[in-house]
Design a protein around this ligand. Structure first.
Ligand SMILES: Cc1cc2nc3c(=O)[nH]c(=O)nc-3n(C[C@H](O)[C@H](O)[C@H](O)COP(=O)(O)OP(=O)(O)OC[C@H]3O[C@@H](n4cnc5c(N)ncnc54)[C@H](O)[C@@H]3O)c2cc1C
Ligand SMILES: *[C@@H]1O[C@H](CO)[C@@H](O)[C@H](O)[C@H]1NC(C)=O
Ligand SMILES: *[C@@H]1O[C@H](CO)[C@@H](O)[C@H](O)[C@H]1NC(C)=O
Ligand SMILES: *[C@@H]1O[C@H](CO)[C@@H](O)[C@H](O)[C@H]1NC(C)=O
Ligand SMILES: *[C@@H]1O[C@H](CO)[C@@H](O)[C@H](O)[C@H]1NC(C)=O
Ligand SMILES: *[C@@H]1O[C@H](CO)[C@@H](O)[C@H](O)[C@H]1NC(C)=O
Ligand SMILES: *[C@@H]1O[C@H](CO)[C@@H](O)[C@H](O)[C@H]1NC(C)=O
Ligand SMILES: *[C@@H]1O[C@H](CO)[C@@H](O)[C@H](O)[C@H]1NC(C)=O
Ligand SMILES: *[C@@H]1O[C@H](CO)[C@@H](O)[C@H](O)[C@H]1NC(C)=O
Length: 536
């Protein structure tokens, strides 16, 4: 037997003996298309736009269009065998059925902002279902004080814009980065700068449509309250493909106030951050004060910066007198404040300086140009860190490069909803930390350095954050806290990251998962596992 033939045989065996391991993408495409055409009756002309093989000229641009982390935009990043770009519900239904028939993995992508790329990368043969054409939004101001049906491939910016078109005093409590996709954001919990006033994004979801593992389209009534509970905070990707959410809008004042204050460690940053822990989670729910602690970037001569960014749902004079009383260490002056409309405040958080001159239409822009390299992790603080400890922490941060901690206050009305009313469990924490590193050097050494720095901040924070389990926020995806290959230990592995993301709610999520998808078709590196057979 000659060597080439042996290699061929080995390759052949690898491709065909274990589905999901390393199937030939061309064969996957052919098999998939045969099934897809049978289920949808799509014309050959439409097919070229809807089901893309690797050889399609659209394949790479479509794949790249929603890659938001340059770490997963390299030539060695595993690519899907096929991308499906559905235009109608029946395309989604067929994509589910045909991927299941071929025994492959389906990765569902809405806005592609998953920090660890789980919506478009996999270690096994996979198909990407890209929902970017599912972006319809229907706002109805007459329904129950304002509501909207929003398809999951829409962006938050599009939702904000469509609401603003109808009313300047209505809004939606969600993340403030306009390119984030509705699908991942909403099903993972979702929060923004009104979290203390209104709670989480999922607290405003009143209905949804989902394609289940059998390819049926279900709404809240037909899916039942268990599944509807799970997709609010549990991450929808473990349960089905959400096509759209119905959400309730909220009312905001005509004038809101924003302010920013930057302090270095030489300018009493320590006192300010220490006091922030007591004030920010307890003050008026209309006030959201975020603090960013950034290590020095370009060189080590700088000290750590504490940057304050805040939104107040009211006027400047009110917030200034409130802060003078509660938080003198902040030193807020009327000149630090800017009054504006709510929609303008979004532009301000996007770092536009002169918001009066910017048209809200920028919220509709989907293409941020190129993406940086990013790694994120999350933590929850339950008790204020003491001043000496905080001081030591800031000194340790100074030794690191390009890492930061973003402190997001909780409190206010976040706990008005019970911790078991949605799958999101962390409603009684004091504040959340996002560990953050962002860089543009493409070399693998840089990746090791910056990801390593972030793991260092995570280690340093251990004594100060939640324990047993150490909690994490699902939407700040972090594969470091555990991954699952869904082999024989799937439940045990799933419980490791599952308890961190969902606490006590993990058990109900597992029960729902086992009931709606017992064969675990909807799986990814951090999906909800099914109960082991012996425990069903
Ligand atoms: C720049 C930036 C800013 C951010 N700001 C905030 C913020 O202010 N607040 C906040 O809470 N979070 C924030 N996040 C995190 C963000 O909420 C999550 O990354 C969210 O999951 C992204 O949703 P997506 O649809 O864009 O992502 P995707 O990568 O498309 O999806 C994320 C996950 O959800 C699954 N999924 C997506 N769509 C569906 C669907 N229709 N049905 C079933 N499963 C689906 C995917 O398979 C994947 O597992 C931010 C992220 C980035 C990159
Ligand atoms: C799909 O396949 C089934 C079984 O082979 C066949 O009966 C049916 O006619 C096919 N439908 C279409 C639309 O091709
Ligand atoms: C597919 O199209 C053919 C011809 O237009 C039609 O007879 C058949 O019912 C269609 N099948 C499905 C599944 O839509
Ligand atoms: C979006 O709405 C338009 C107009 O009603 C409709 O033609 C289209 O099919 C819808 N798109 C999806 C993906 O539902
Ligand atoms: C260090 O960074 C600061 C702020 O970016 C800059 O002003 C200073 O010149 C830099 N020093 C050196 C030695 O590069
Ligand atoms: C600020 O708002 C309060 C109501 O909260 C109002 O009484 C006050 O007059 C307002 N001040 C200014 C300067 O607009
Ligand atoms: C991905 O890489 C390609 C090729 O290097 C580049 O053109 C593109 O801008 C990158 N995409 C992102 C989102 O950075
Ligand atoms: C909810 O949070 C507020 C503000 O932090 C606190 O005063 C209140 O006691 C909390 N309520 C419950 C039920 O935990
Ligand atoms: C949620 O918790 C409350 C109080 O602990 C309990 O009474 C209720 O039954 C729980 N609800 C669900 C759906 O588990």
């Amino acid at each position: 037997m000659n060597k080439t033939y042996l290699i061929f045989l080995l390759f052949f065996a690898a491709s065909y003996s274990s589905p999901g391991a390393a199937a030939d993408p061309a064969n996957v495409y052919e098999d998939f298309v045969r099934c897809f055409k049978n289920k949808t009756n799509i014309s050959d002309e439409d097919l070229t736009d809807v089901v893309l093989p690797r050889t399609s000229v659209f394949f790479t641009p479509v794949l790249r269009a929603y890659i938001r982390n340059a770490r997963f935009n390299t030539s060695s990043t595993p690519k899907p065998s096929v991308i499906v770009l559905p235009r109608v519900d029946s395309h989604v239904q067929a994509a589910v059925i045909c991927t299941k028939t071929l025994n492959l993995q389906l990765k569902i992508r809405s806005g592609g902002h998953d920090y660890d790329g789980l919506s478009y990368v996999s270690a096994v043969t996979f198909i990407v279902l890209d929902l970017s054409n599912f972006r319809n939004i229907t706002v109805d101001m007459k329904d129950d004080g304002g509501s909207a049906w929003v398809q999951t491939g829409a962006t938050l910016g599009e939702l904000f814009y469509r609401i603003w078109e109808k009313s300047e005093v209505h809004a939606f409590p969600a993340g403030i980065c306009p390119t984030v996709g509705v699908g991942g954001h909403v099903s993972g919990g979702g929060y923004g700068h009104m979290i203390r006033k209104f709670g989480l994004t999922i607290d405003y979801v009143v209905d949804a449509t989902i394609v289940d593992v059998s390819g049926r389209v279900l709404d809240r009534k037909s899916m039942g309250e268990d599944l509807f509970w799970a997709i609010r905070g549990g991450g929808a990707g473990s349960f089905g493909v959400v096509l759209a959410f119905k959400v309730k809008l909220v009312e905001v004042p005509k004038t809101v106030t924003v302010f920013r204050i930057d302090k270095t460690t030489d300018q009493n940053a320590l006192d300010m951050v220490y006091k922030w822990q007591f004030v920010a989670p307890r003050t008026d729910p209309g006030l959201f004060i975020r603090v960013l602690l950034a290590s020095p970037t370009k060189n080590k001569t700088q000290t750590v910066n504490a940057k304050v960014r805040a939104l107040y749902l009211g006027n400047a004079s009110d917030v200034v007198s409130m802060m003078a009383k509660e938080f003198p260490e902040l030193g807020l002056k009327i000149d630090d404040c800017k009054e504006m409309t709510w929609i303008q405040s979004l532009l301000w958080w996007m770092n536009y300086k002169d918001v009066e001159k910017v048209k809200p239409g920028v919220l509709l822009e989907r293409d941020p140009g190129s993406a940086k390299f990013v790694k994120r992790k999350s933590d929850y603080v339950e008790k204020e860190i003491t001043k000496p400890e905080l001081n030591r922490l800031i000194q340790q941060l100074e030794t690191l490069d390009r890492t930061g901690l973003v402190l997001n206050p909780y409190g206010g009305n976040l706990n008005a909803t019970a911790t078991n009313e949605t799958a999101f469990p962390h409603r009684h924490k004091l504040y959340k930390i996002q560990h953050s590193s962002t860089w543009s050097d493409p070399r693998p050494e840089a990746d090791r350095l910056y990801v390593g720095s972030l793991r260092t901040t995570y280690r340093i924070m251990t004594p100060f954050v939640s324990k047993n389990p150490r909690s994490s926020y699902l939407n700040y995806r972090d594969v470091d806290i555990g991954v699952n290959d869904h082999g024989k230990d799937s439940y045990r592995k799933g419980e490791i990251y599952g308890r961190k993301y969902f606490g006590e709610n993990f058990d109900r999520l597992v029960r729902v998962k086992t009931a709606v998808d017992p064969e675990n078709f909807f799986r990814n590196e951090q999906s909800i596992p099914t109960l082991p057979h012996k425990r069903r």
